[in-house]
Design a protein around this ligand. Structure first.
Ligand code: SAM
Length: 245
């Protein structure tokens, strides 16, 4: 199993993550653009394109660690406004920004925002057609619990889709990426969000996350079938997909 062995270590990790996102919530979307050079938009669009939500009323998705709603908005738009989504996040500050954005975009009808923990979802079994999680699972202390909860809440035939930073597999890109991660990102955090430490922490959490193959194995262990992944931008990010069959 991944993550911390001791209860206090786990709680400390989650508390740290909560503090980081509470502090950055208001500037979260801007920071994403600055730190990824806008690439997070391309990656999110690629994930939603792979999901290809149907234009069918009653199709329900759960976006875990959904934060400010960025992925959920894209899913609703790709469904032609028919999808019904639950955006779940452990952090009320991130959700508050998401709710406001949903109102402004007139998407509030399609979405509900719920505070909750990916490790133990207060949601019924077999109730969603898709479970998505973008740049969220590496923040969850017990990844295997989050994966088995994903499996539980999906309907048979339901789809799991995860977008996350991963392992770069191109020789030159990995050097550039290291320079960007350890040099530029903490610096941007310092200047724009006045918070170098939080951004150094985010970079570290990316490096500790399992690579493509070991994460795919963890998804299979949770019960998913037809598990595959696609690399984005040389593996800086990857999309993992699995089915509850
Ligand atoms: N999915 C959004 C996106 O791609 O823009 C937000 C990603 S943000 C990097 C990570 C989110 O994970 C934060 O909003 C944080 O509060 C949330 N998070 C961290 N631990 C969580 C947990 N145990 N359960 C649910 N959400 C969690």
């Amino acid at each position: 199993s991944y993550g911390f062995e001791s209860v206090s270590g786990r709680e400390e990790k989650q508390a740290r993550v909560n503090e980081v996102f509470h502090r950055v919530a208001e500037r979260y979307d801007l920071m994403n653009d600055l730190m990824s050079g806008g690439l997070h938009r391309v990656w999110k669009n690629a994930a939603v394109a792979w999901l290809s939500p149907p234009r069918r009323a009653g199709w329900r998705f759960l976006d875990v660690a959904g934060g400010t709603g960025d992925v959920a908005f894209r899913i609703v738009e790709a469904s032609g406004g028919t999808a019904e989504g639950t955006v779940l996040d452990i952090n009320g500050s991130m959700l508050a920004v998401g709710r406001e954005r949903a109102d402004r975009r007139d998407l509030a009808r399609n979405l509900r925002f719920v505070e909750g923990n990916a490790e133990s979802l207060d949601l019924p079994d077999a109730s969603f057609d898709a479970y998505t999680i973008a740049f969220g699972i590496r923040n969850v202390p017990r990844i295997d619990l989050a994966l088995s909860e994903a499996f539980r809440v999906l309907k048979p035939g339901g789809r799991f889709l995860c977008l996350e930073f991963s392992e770069v597999d191109l020789p030159v890109l990995d050097k550039l990426y290291d320079a960007w991660s350890f040099g530029a990102i903490p610096r941007i955090g310092e200047i724009v969000a006045k918070d170098r430490e939080s951004y150094s922490y985010l970079v570290e959490s990316i490096r500790r996350f399992p690579n493509q193959e070991s994460f795919a194995s963890a998804i299979r262990r949770a019960g998913f079938e037809r598990v595959t992944y696609r690399n984005l931008t040389g593996g800086i990010a990857a999309i993992h997909s699995g089915w509850k069959l």
